[in-house]
Write a protein that binds this ligand. Structure first.
Ligand SMILES: NC(=O)CC(=O)C(=O)O
Length: 309
């Protein structure tokens, strides 16, 4: 808790120019696997397996999957397709596959998201596996997708899902990665906290829709990247125009100047692209935003860190 001698803001203040940790690798290939999702869960798992193997064979050291890749994206399906990730094994065939592949292929996997059952609650959860096959982090979507755009789209994830309570930043063999799921990208403070904690890359598995997709998908990714001067990767399911929820697609990698480095349309695709972390420091030297922030006028407060002190 905050002591009386220092204000809450002073205690939780995030230094504007936290030194960037030295990443374990400077350059590597990331694969964004924009895959089709069907009502057949076994097929979805086998299909994701196949695409991850293909990506690794092409040299990917980090593979990113879409939001809700083992199930259709619907409140009716979440309870039916949900897995008990903590129980593992047969209780979570989707994450068992990711764990096995990350170990066998010696790659890091940011495993999109799947519906997770934990006791009597359901979450929209992303699992990160290291090259040893171990679960390094689990991010439960913090901001549930409850929106109502009249005549366009209404969706209420909170009908079935519970929101996560923790930002997730993880040290992997391919750098320090901050995780968000889809709607989490709308909330700039989450990305700012990750940047302040030294993230090199933000990964957002997402399934934007046909209204917010064209308006916000690329804009938000570029905004998060340019504001925080880091890489931002997104991965969507491929579009199925006949599905109840139609995904926008357009999985993308954005660089630390806000530049789109690679993207695609809405069909199935594996986007393979190089990340060069040496650009992070270069861009931050050219454009010293982090040093120039006016901490005397405004500050970012890391409430989670403050509460754990
Ligand atoms: N699945 C989502 O969270 C979708 C979303 O954020 C959107 O804007 O579309």
């Amino acid at each position: 808790m905050a002591s009386s001698s220092a204000s809450v803001a002073e205690q939780a203040r995030v230094p504007p120019a936290l030194p960037l940790p030295t990443p374990p690798v400077e350059k590597f290939k990331i694969a964004l696997c924009q895959i089709t999702v069907t009502p057949d869960k076994e097929r979805n798992i086998a299909h994701a397996r196949n695409k991850i193997q293909k990506a690794a064979a092409k040299g990917a050291k980090l593979v990113l999957l879409p939001e809700i890749w083992n199930s259709p994206y619907s409140n009716d399906c979440f309870p039916v397709y949900a897995e008990d990730i903590d129980a593992g094994g047969d209780a979570s065939p989707s994450t068992a596959m990711l764990s096995q592949l990350s170990r066998n292929l010696n790659i890091t996997i940011v495993g999109g998201s799947i519906p997770e059952r934990s006791g009597d609650q359901l979450f929209n959860t992303c699992c990160v596996f290291g090259t040893d096959g171990n679960l390094k982090a689990k991010h439960r979507k913090i901001h549930l997708f409850d929106i109502d755009i009249p005549g366009k789209i209404t969706f209420t994830e909170s009908k079935t899902l519970t929101a996560g309570e923790t930002p997730t930043i993880v040290d992997t063999e391919v750098g320090r990665i901050g995780i968000g799921i889809c709607y989490d990208i709308q909330f700039q403070e989450l990305a700012m906290i990750y940047a302040a904690r030294g993230a090199h890359l933000l990964c957002y598995p997402g399934a934007f829709n046909m209204t917010t997709g064209p308006l916000h998908w690329e804009l938000l990714q570029r905004a998060r990247a340019v504001d925080n001067q880091l890489y931002v990767a997104t991965c969507s399911p491929a579009r199925d125009a006949g599905a109840g929820y139609v995904a926008w697609g357009h999985s993308t990698l954005v660089g630390p100047f806000g530049e789109v480095l690679a993207t695609t349309e809405h069909e199935e695709a594996i986007i393979l692209v190089e990340i060069d972390y040496s650009l992070l420091q270069l861009r931050r030297t050219s454009l010293p935003l982090l040093k120039q922030g006016r901490g005397d006028l405004y500050q970012l407060v890391d409430v989670k860190r403050l509460n754990s002190q």
